[in-house]
Design a protein around this ligand. Structure first.
Ligand SMILES: Nc1ncnc2c1ncn2[C@@H]1O[C@H](COP(=O)(O)OP(=O)(O)OP(=O)(O)O)[C@@H](O)[C@H]1O
Ligand SMILES: [Mg+2]
Length: 479
């Protein structure tokens, strides 16, 4: 039975035609993968479906009846719930308040707090997070936990259609497995799940059918089992992506930085090398980079970001929304200004210069935008991430601290970014690459260190690790 049918959906934002004549059909009890490059229109299509964005043309049908939600609450009442790519919790409200928002139980006209908390607890328990403190403000949880809270909120809508926009981008392997178990359970209950992800291996594990969007159009759909990975990539990118990881040349030079974690041995970083840092979420990888950069007080490093910046150290945060980008400002302003601009020997770039520099980065990273003057907040998630990277690379740092630099980036663009990082290393810069995506650590790094519980527990040359060995060390299991 067809649960959902979208036909001829158009949507323009000013001069940007985000969707043109898109169609999508999803059966009841089906997990449907929505695949496409950064800026292809995936999030926009899902926002049309969940009532955030009104389409310019086209029709939607839900279980055979016409469907056009006026807003997200109307969509929720129809059983269409969405988990957003950018977390959308109210940070100051408690976990339970966020979870029941929009589906609050009432008794005699009053919010039934006891029942609301019980439902929130129940939804979290389904996601194996029944232990979370319901009264804590949502903003105080880790990103992975916030994602779980968002999913719990969606479950309370008792969805007929559940939309997940890159739900696993900051989940651990174990949390991802749990999420998949929930997705499979929902499918068995007849819920239709639309699943967006740039992890194509993962998509195969969980989805039955797929639709590929390219430049706002449907370019293919079918059974996942019937197509190869390469065919999907070709549909997405429009060409073959043969080499994801670049060849590495050059050899490490002088020691430029010593990495010190709260416990365990220190690690020397050399010019021209790419040092990967693996570990589970919460192992202390982000904390390590933040301490080195002077963002958090640490007994091991007495410094400030401004001083680090002046020394030629650059840092890319994993959380671009909070400390990365200024969404209302233009791509050019975000690329060329820095939070530490008082110290950057800047001031010499005139407006024309700024736009030329930005245009160059737009080309090098393939940023999908109308041009340097467009507000960053109007770009797709992956393209915002590319702007954050452009801003960092635009300054001549000798040491680059990169925290999950390719989160949310499509395969074709990943290849471009890897090539760029390799080139920077070949020029003699030192790179610390924190990543939860093991293939990328193995594909790009000279050495890979593993963190566990705040300590750098082991570092080896890339060739001396296997993925299972590395995971064994990361989880701390006896080998
Ligand atoms: N509010 C907006 N104003 C202007 N343009 C927008 C707006 N929202 C989206 N767009 C544009 O619509 C196009 C599609 O964006 P969308 O966010 O749907 O892409 P996506 O497929 O989800 O990409 P990603 O993988 O990077 O998340 C992009 O060119 C984007 O810049
Ligand atoms: Mg998106």
């Amino acid at each position: 039975m067809t649960r959902l049918r979208l036909t001829g959906i158009d949507k323009a934002f000013g001069a940007t035609q985000a969707l043109r004549g898109v169609s999508l059909a999803v059966a009841a009890g089906e997990v449907h993968a929505l695949i496409g490059e950064n800026g292809a229109g995936k999030s926009t299509l899902m926002k049309v479906l969940s009532g955030v964005v009104r389409p310019d043309a086209g029709t939607m049908e839900l279980d055979g009846a016409p469907y056009l939600p006026s807003d997200t609450l109307a969509a929720r009442r129809h059983g269409v719930a969405m988990i957003y790519q950018e977390l959308s919790l109210a940070p100051h409200l408690s976990a339970w308040e966020n979870i029941v928002l929009g589906s609050e139980p009432h008794r005699l006209g009053w919010l039934d707090k006891k029942e609301a908390r019980a439902r929130a607890r129940g939804a979290l328990a389904r996601l194996a997070h029944g232990h979370l403190d319901l009264d804590r403000a949502a903003g105080e949880f880790s990103i992975a936990e916030q994602q779980v809270i968002e999913i719990a909120r969606a479950l309370l809508a008792e969805p007929r259609v559940l939309i997940m926009d890159e739900p696993t981008s900051s989940l651990t392997q174990a949390d991802t497995e749990r999420l998949f178990a929930v997705v499979r359970q929902l499918r068995a209950e007849g819920v239709s799940v639309i699943y967006i992800s740039h992890f194509l291996e993962e998509v195969r594990q969980v989805a039955d059918r797929f639709t590929v969007l390219k430049d706002g159009q449907t370019v293919g759909s079918g059974e996942l089992a019937a197509v190869s990975q390469a065919e999907i990539v070709r549909l997405m990118v429009g060409r073959e992506v043969r080499k994801l990881y670049p060849a590495r040349t050059g050899r490490p030079g002088a020691v430029v930085l010593t990495l010190r974690a709260p416990s365990g041995p220190a690690l020397e970083l050399r010019a021209g090398e790419i040092l990967g840092v693996a570990g589970l979420i919460g192992a202390g990888r982000t904390e390590l980079l933040r301490a080195v950069f002077g963002l958090d007080k640490s007994a091991l490093y007495v410094t400030t970001p401004a001083r680090r910046w002046a020394e030629g150290v650059g840092f890319l945060s994993e959380n671009r929304k909070e400390e990365g980008l200024m969404l209302p400002l233009s791509v050019a302003e975000n690329t060329t200004l820095t939070k530490f601009s008082a110290l950057a020997r800047g001031g010499w770039l005139r407006t024309g210069g700024i736009e030329a520099v930005t245009a160059d980065w737009i080309g090098r990273l393939g940023i999908k935008t109308r041009g340097p003057k467009q507000a960053v907040g109007e770009l797709s998630g992956g393209n915002q991430q590319k702007v954050a990277l452009a801003r960092l690379l635009q300054h001549p740092a000798k040491i680059l601290l990169l925290d999950e630099p390719t989160r949310g980036i499509d395969v074709g663009s990943k290849a471009q970014i890897y090539a760029l990082i390799a080139q920077l290393a070949a020029e003699g810069r030192a790179v610390v690459l924190v990543s939860s995506y093991l293939p990328e650590l193995f594909g790009l790094c000279d050495r890979i260190a593993v963190m566990r519980r705040g300590a750098l527990v082991e570092c080896r040359d890339r060739a001396a690790w296997t993925e299972p060995e590395l995971m064994t060390v990361a989880v701390g299991a006896a080998a």
